[in-house]
Design a protein around this ligand. Structure first.
Ligand SMILES: Cc1ncc(COP(=O)(O)O)c(C=O)c1O
Length: 386
């Protein structure tokens, strides 16, 4: 039984899920009922989701190629934008081959089972994203789950299985807790046990971290040691699409041909591929400045939140959880924020276990310090009122 098995239309109604949005994604969102909310629920970290250059690139591509590629890339869907996009991913990570997917969920369920063909045991962090759990299940290989970020436990499992080929799987920046995987510790283990392969899904780190925006792996100086990185264009980069970076070019070629979500499903439309190319160009030109402003906002928000004495776990990132432990309290506080025109993400089951219910707030380049002041002020009053 998985947490999502209990998700129903009642849950969706109860928690105001699927809000009807009637504006482009930005620091504010307009709803169908005319209300405008200050948006702390989006993952548009670098503020690119409504960028004029990106929109124009998409429109030009649609004018030339239409809205559909009419077949998988294998047969008739590999336009110049798809080709350019894979080159741009490879260029960003300074490798020879990179693979594009329609989303990073699709990347995980397509890539991991292929990588696992040469693996005896998969060991994953408990807080891995659901797409990684699905990918591991699809791989049909034995797997073990270690407590979140518990490197001691991970080491024990590795020692007990020293004669097996092991795939270590983890998020980079954890999507619900906002803390970081200790990638340096994983790489240290790999230097001792050469039978390890490291697979990091850094959907939230790519774009927000690292000198060039290659994510947590780059920020930790581990680009040469991590074997597989999964990233997304759907968060920091304001487009849609997943990608896969594999250090070993021969393995990358195998994945290209064996991965069904690459070969038996359509790629993103030409407009989306062109949008992604343009956002990677903007990342090249302005990414450092955008990340600098974002990290200043992140530091400011964490400092302000520390002053109101909330439990934000070990997060220091763009993702800030505020833990309330019960569904009722999280939902009540969420309603107060909504009534004060602030939108955050309510994380209760199926997104997290009910005892870990929380609000998840995400920061973007488009926010201002004043927005953060407003959020902290309303949150603090909401907590006192309950
Ligand atoms: C760690 C992680 N991986 C994958 C995904 C899925 O991203 P995408 O929208 O590109 O499928 C998410 C998104 O929520 C995520 O947090």
């Amino acid at each position: 039984m998985n947490l999502f098995d209990r998700f129903s239309s009642e849950t969706a109604k109860q928690f105001n899920y699927f809000p009807k949005i009637r504006s482009a994604c930005g620091r504010e969102l307009k709803l169908e009922n005319g209300n405008t909310k200050l948006n702390f629920a989006s993952c548009d970290y670098l503020g690119m989701a409504n960028n004029d250059f990106i929109k124009e690139a998409a429109i030009d591509a649609i004018k030339h190629y239409g809205t559909n590629i009419s077949g998988p890339m294998t047969f008739c869907g590999y336009t110049k934008y798809h080709e350019e996009l894979e080159k741009r991913y490879a260029e960003l990570f300074n490798i020879s081959i990179a693979l594009m997917y329609t989303t990073s969920y699709q990347a995980n369920i397509g890539v991991l089972p292929v990588i696992a063909q040469n693996i005896d045991l998969i060991v994953m962090d408990k807080l891995c994203h659901v797409s990684l759990y699905d990918a591991v299940k699809l791989s049909n290989k034995p797997f073990r789950v270690y407590q979140h970020n518990n490197i001691t436990r991970l080491t024990e499992i590795i020692k007990n299985n020293f004669n097996k080929n092991i795939l270590i799987v983890s998020d980079g920046v954890f999507s619900a807790d906002g803390d970081y995987c200790d990638i340096r510790a994983l790489c240290h283990l790999k230097s001792i046990y050469p039978n390890l392969t490291i697979y990091i899904d850094d959907a939230h780190g790519v774009g927000t971290l690292g000198e060039n925006g290659c994510g947590l792996v780059e920020a930790m100086g581990c680009l040469n040691d991590v074997d597989i990185i999964i990233g997304t264009m759907s968060k920091s980069f304001g487009s849609t699409g997943g990608f896969c970076i594999i250090k070993d070019a021969e393995l990358a070629q195998q994945v290209r041909f064996k991965s069904t979500t690459y070969n038996a499903s359509r790629a993103v439309s030409p407009g989306v591929a062109a949008a992604s190319c343009m956002s990677l160009e903007i990342n090249k030109q302005e990414g450092k400045n955008r990340r600098k402003k974002l990290s200043e906002l992140v530091e400011y928000a964490h400092k302000k939140l520390c002053q109101i004495n909330i439990n934000k776990l070990l997060s220091n990132s763009v993702i800030i959880p505020v833990i309330f432990n019960t569904v009722e309290k999280s939902s009540q506080i969420n309603n107060i924020l909504l009534n004060n025109d602030i939108m955050v993400s309510l994380f209760v089951p199926p997104y997290v276990d009910k005892k870990k219910s929380r609000l998840r707030m995400t920061l973007t380049y488009n926010h201002t310090r004043q927005d953060i002041d407003t959020l902290v002020d309303v949150l603090s009053r909401a907590i006192s009122a309950i």
